[in-house]
Design a protein around this ligand. Sequence first.
Ligand code: GUN
Length: 286
Amino acid sequence: MSAQVIDGKAVAAAVRSEVADGVTQFRAKYGRAPGLVGIQVGDDPASELYQAGKARAADEVGMVSRRITLPDTTSQADLDALIDELNADTSVDGMLVQLPVPAQLSEPLIANRIHPDKDVDGFSPVNLGRLMRGEPGNIPCTPQGVMRLLRDGGVPLEGAHAVVIGRSLIVGKPQSMLLLQTNCTVTVAHSRTRNLAELCRQADILVAAVGQAEMVRADWVRPGAAVIDVGINRTPDGLRGDVAYDEVAEIAGWITPVPGGVGPTTIAYLLSNTLAAAYRRSEIHA
Ligand code: GUN
């Protein structure tokens, strides 16, 4: 058996096109474009690439994007002052601080400082609380992308056993909530999980978000299962996911490639969150 490859680039293009239509309607109604600001502290090359990609994608759907790059010695007080300024700026609908940040800065302080309505990453306590409660709010982008890949791939969710490997705030935890909301039975596995391979073999849906190149092998996968690879690992042989793609593709029912799987959908949902945030703010202040 050979897996159906879920094409993340095509799925992301569909999401971006929906957002572009939404931006056109938003401009017609409110006479301005939704605004997204990306903040980067320091000059980490990977962060630089991500930030450039996010800004370009925002421009392409007709939003106004702004990139702010601060020196890697920036203090928490200075970053807080910038966040406060953007919180008060009515032309800004969404902002994000690219992670990781240098050691003198605190990710929890940042997540608590950004106004929840402008927190398009969905990492703030308020937005994560809303997600857990099932209330509307900004939902983290990568897990939203994974749900769309499953949906567009035609993977049955109702009553399925989903195993998420990884318990991060960015992916594992919000992913488990979204899968639960769609009536999956969810197991969250992590580095201390016993008999991980055996557990993964029980999954109808396996989401790998651990950050270890090619950790998920063919004998971890139940024949016919959907395998979603969130990993982006830079190895001497090039970019690799958390899944040993070639051998798992022989066993799985569905699989996402790296690159070209989850990655493109993450940026697409950042745009979707920004548009939704712009509508929410405009409707409140109309
Ligand atoms: N670093 C890695 N992934 C992300 C993300 O989704 N958002 C931000 N802000 N930083 C990241």
